[in-house]
Ligand binder design. Structure first.
Ligand code: FAD
Length: 306
């Protein structure tokens, strides 16, 4: 089997950036994408917090694609099914179309938000439904929003939302929190936050945006209607790591653990973007990771020559 230099798995913002950096430094990466190039950008209605760009995700994705075409970067439309490190330190990647051998691999496969269908609405990410406080809180400045979720991240994001939106209704279907008590107490102390516990959403309505939520007490079945302008769903996400098998590179949350050079615990294996142990999951951090990993992978290839 031919030995290639670098594989990039996933062509979202992070993988695309790594590919551009590598190609411009004289290393042609082999890029794999199981779906559309551009990754999650393709489904985002608005891109916020990305300097120099105002518009929808598809538009930004098209600009990224234009750039990889400009640099003649080829993308194989194949799904990676497994990755193994060989005794000679190379990596074998198996896809739904074949097997390949590499000196280094960059994983950029992103995360998949846990699906949740709001009763009464067809939308998952639009019409006032959001998965990202950092991206969308500002749309609802001083306006009422609801939140579902009870994890540590959900509680932290709700506290952040309450600093911009008002009032904020937290709907928790159980009476418990998967968050530390200190954080929960901080949230409870906020005067513009009302917690509905244990409640679930049973209906919604609205013209363009969701404007009413019907919630029901899980125990008593008592119903209430909340006037809102947005709904934030913080139910967590699954990292796209199935193909790693038993490779021991994940942290306790299931994300790939890397250092500041984007190196995993396995030499020659790097991870970038949403899939890694990131503090912030945005386009800007994904592209930053891509640049760093490309330089790290190049340095790694150079170290093999010594
Ligand atoms: C609702 C929502 C709104 C958002 N709004 C914003 C915003 O306004 N501003 C902002 O900066 N960020 C926003 N984000 C976050 C942003 O979309 C992500 O941080 C960014 O897309 C991460 O890029 P990535 O390259 O890590 O992964 P992704 O964009 O998820 O790309 C990963 C790619 O890997 C591919 N892949 C996965 N597994 C395999 C495999 N086995 N084989 C081959 N290919 C594979 C996938 O098909 C996908 O194309 C939003 C996210 C959500 C969910």
């Amino acid at each position: 089997m031919e030995l290639n230099k670098v594989a990039i798995i996933g062509m979202g913002p992070s993988g695309i950036t790594a590919a551009i950096y590598l190609k411009r430094s004289g290393i042609t990466p082999v890029c794999f994408e199981q779906n559309d190039i551009g990754g999650k950008l393709n489904i985002l209605k608005e891109i916020e917090n990305y300097p120099g760009y105002i518009g929808d995700g598809k538009g930004l994705s098209e600009k990224f694609i234009e750039q990889i075409k400009h640099f003649d970067i080829d993308v194989k439309k194949e799904a990676v099914q497994s990755i193994n490190k060989n005794p000679d330190n190379t990596f074998t990647i198996k896809t739904d179309a074949g097997s390949y051998l590499f000196q280094a691999v960059i994983i950029a496969t992103g995360i998949r938000e846990k699906p949740f269908k709001v009763p009464g609405s067809e939308a998952y990410f639009e019409n006032g439904i959001s998965r990202c406080a950092e991206c969308d809180a500002n749309f609802h400045k001083n306006r009422p929003v609801a939140v579902i979720g009870n994890s540590q991240e959900a509680i932290k994001d709700t506290i952040y939302l309450a600093s911009i939106c008002s009032p904020v209704y937290l709907i928790n279907s159980t009476s418990e929190y998967k968050a530390n008590q200190e954080e929960v107490e901080k949230l409870k102390a906020l005067s513009n936050v009302t917690i509905y516990n244990p409640y679930k959403i049973v209906g919604s309505s609205g013209q363009r945006l969701i404007s009413k939520l019907v919630i029901e007490n899980v125990e008593t079945k008592e119903q209430k209607t909340l006037d809102v302008e947005g709904l934030f769903i913080f139910l967590g996400a699954t990292p796209m790591t199935e193909f790693l098998g038993y490779m021991d590179i994940l942290d306790e949350k299931g994300n790939i653990a890397v250092d500041e050079h984007m190196k995993t615990r396995v030499d020659g294996l790097f991870a970038i973007g949403d899939i890694r142990n990131a503090v912030l999951r945005q386009v800007i951090t994904a592209v930053s990771d891509g640049g760093v990993a490309a330089v790290s992978a190049r340095n790694y290839l150079n170290s093999l020559k010594k």
